[in-house]
Design a protein around this ligand. Sequence first.
Ligand SMILES: Cc1cc2nc3c(=O)[nH]c(=O)nc-3n(C[C@H](O)[C@H](O)[C@H](O)COP(=O)(O)OP(=O)(O)OC[C@H]3O[C@@H](n4cnc5c(N)ncnc54)[C@H](O)[C@@H]3O)c2cc1C
Length: 212
Amino acid sequence: MEIKLNEAVEKIALDNGQVTKVKLASQPQTLDTQLLFWSAPPFIALKAMNLPVVSNKPELRTALVFHYSVDKPLLDDRSHYLWIWDDSTAIFRVTLYPNLSPESKSHTISAEVLCAPEEAEQYSKEDIFNTLKRLELIALDANCLSSIKQVIHNTFPVPSSEFETGNAENYHTLSENVSNVIVSGRSGGKQWRQADVLVAAYNAIQAFVKAG
Ligand SMILES: Cc1cc2nc3c(=O)[nH]c(=O)nc-3n(C[C@H](O)[C@H](O)[C@H](O)COP(=O)(O)OP(=O)(O)OC[C@H]3O[C@@H](n4cnc5c(N)ncnc54)[C@H](O)[C@@H]3O)c2cc1C
């Protein structure tokens, strides 16, 4: 098996509803294709196949992930993670690592915030640390030993009816017009969580192999 990195798919040739060849931008020759497993957004495949595409650009949130190591045990010693519905904070999820691995000697915790890209600077490591104290997850007299703020742009789409409908239509055009394609992943609109994406991919490959 050969894995080609840093490539872009330029053209996908169809013959009678089957993908027969894939042309990569960097190479003059095409790749013969028996099965196309497509895990990027479906509209990209539709464009490369010259099939109709619904233009569907959602607003994407920036994810901020704050990681801390603390000098005292966390105050919640049971939860693996918590959804935060308290509207006085922008934190929506907290992960409490010692509860995932009780043998661990370190007191580590992450907090996640979703925001507009231009708001990313507004959230400081100090403010989020203090919020975790206010939420009674970290002791008031605890100190931060180390911390990291990760800024990841273009993550969660802001859900809208148009986005859902456009996604479903693109997924439908691709899967209905092409028989040897597996459309995988969150961009297909069928699954979002990692485990669901992997189970669906496994089942789709098994079904393709069985169908022979
Ligand atoms: C911030 C964040 C936190 C999450 N947390 C969790 C979690 O805790 N648990 C969980 O189960 N799931 C979580 N998810 C959901 C996550 O989407 C899935 O776990 C999983 O990554 C989905 O896999 P995927 O293959 O569908 O998508 P991805 O892993 O996003 O793969 C899609 C691929 O398509 C590529 N691509 C996109 N556009 C183009 C383009 N124009 N050209 C070429 N390539 C392109 C991308 O580079 C990417 O590699 C989270 C998602 C986000 C954004």
